[in-house]
Design a protein around this ligand. Structure first.
Ligand code: FEO
Length: 406
């Protein structure tokens, strides 16, 4: 991997992580990149750094362009350690004149690195710093997705360095959006949004409105993970707009776990009920699907039907874990229903309904429990549950308001 030119005197100098398969609980089957950018001008600036173990890759890429010691400013758009893990060693080597960060970035760096003596320069939103021929300005993006997060913009080149936003966990030899499969790119981009940003959708909407209002010219969006949007930055802005408005695609997911296949039989009958109403759907067994992939499907789904057997007066652990994960990400604007098999107590359906209620899902059925193994009539009830979800979804898609039954 070589340093890659984005624009005159602006280069990608980051690192590609081909190996990582887990990013704090998010499955990264295609690895990731830690993007860092170098701007060479009268003052030389490094925008973001990389995860600690990739420091040598970063230095190698910087040395292709200039001596690291010639860097004057390090801009820290985000303090999470995948972008600042090597910062203490870099500061030691570079001895920068300024470490440019947001107010919250300053606080976060003190808590991470415990160095009061670093030359912090806290920027205010809209502040400009001239590098000579190029000008840096800063957009505060607090809670997108950490309190310290900010973007850096270079007006002369119309490049937005967007930190985690618009990123993808995608390790490739290519650096730009037009060089990779669009299906893979948009899948990884949606997975990233689903698992990192869903919770912050209201802030994403505000940010996009601000970008539109200010008519910020954008030739390139350069995120801190994955490929750089140079061909069609509007594509990712539109996708973020859609995702942040929780626009489902009119389909349903049946997400379930099963102990002795009784709940699975119910799941298949629920699917038949959805088919009867012409609803496209997917059966997702949590035993073989990673929660972060399931969340990617949830992002684009309009109805979520949960199925789980009762174990020890509660949920099967995979469903309990998935619900905790999904509740944290707070998807909204979904129709919901629940079902499950039980032996003698049968709390699972009630617990799933509670979870969906907390997420403000529109619950269209009181829930269906079957003791031990379902027989034909039970399966007909499951078909009816699926049909109820389908009918509610069709009304919802036609713009009718439906009340939650719980
Ligand atoms: Fe890529 Fe929030 O770190």
């Amino acid at each position: 991997m070589q340093s890659t030119k984005l624009s005159d005197n602006i280069y990608w100098v980051g690192a590609v992580d081909w190996l990582t398969r887990d990013f704090h609980g998010y499955s990264t089957y295609r690895g990731t990149t830690y993007n860092s950018y170098l701007i060479v001008d009268e003052k030389t600036a490094l925008i973001d750094t990389v995860k600690g173990q990739f420091k040598n890759d970063l230095l190698h890429h910087i040395r292709n362009i200039t001596d690291p010691e010639k860097i004057d400013y390090i801009v820290v758009n985000h303090v999470e350690l995948d972008h600042s893990g090597c910062l203490p060693e870099l500061v030691e080597l570079i001895k920068p004149e300024k470490i440019i960060c947001s107010k919250m970035g300053h606080k976060a760096m003190l808590k991470h690195f415990h160095r009061e003596d670093w030359p912090y320069h806290i920027v205010t939103p809209g502040e400009e710093i001239s590098l000579g021929t190029k000008t840096l300005s800063f957009i505060e993006t607090r809670m997108l997705h950490w309190p310290d997060s900010m973007f850096t913009y270079v007006k002369e080149d119309q490049i937005l360095f967007s930190s985690d936003a618009f990123g993808q966990h995608l390790a490739t030899s290519e650096r730009f959006d037009d060089e990779v499969s669009q299906d893979v790119l948009m899948h990884e981009c949606s997975k990233y949004y689903a698992n990192i940003l869903t919770l912050y959708s209201p802030l994403v909407r505000k940010l996009l409105a601000k970008v539109k209002e200010t008519q910020l010219p954008l030739k390139i969006i350069a995120p801190d993970h994955g490929v750089i949007w140079r061909n069609n930055p509007g594509k990712v802005l539109q996708a973020y707009d859609d995702w942040s408005h929780n626009k489902g695609q009119g389909n349903a997911l049946i997400i379930y776990d099963t102990m002795w296949h009784s709940t699975e039989k119910m799941a298949k009958a629920v699917a038949d009920g959805l088919s009867d109403q012409g609803i496209s759907h997917k059966l997702i067994n949590l035993q073989v699907n990673h929660r972060s992939d399931v969340m990617t499907d949830v992002l684009n789904a309009s109805a979520i039907v949960l199925g789980c057997s009762t174990l020890n007066n509660g949920l099967l652990p995979r469903m309990a874990g998935f619900l905790m994960y999904m509740r944290g990400l707070r998807p909204t604007n979904k129709i919901g229903a629940a079902f499950g098999s039980y032996g003698w107590s049968g709390e699972a359906v009630k617990l799933m309904n509670q979870s969906m209620k907390e997420m403000k899902f529109n619950i269209c059925h009181e829930g269906l429990k079957v003791q031990y193994v379902p027989e034909h009539d039970h399966l007909k009830d499951c078909i009816e549950l699926g049909a109820t979800v389908g009918k509610t979804l069709n009304k919802f898609l036609a713009g009718e308001v439906t009340e939650s039954v719980i």
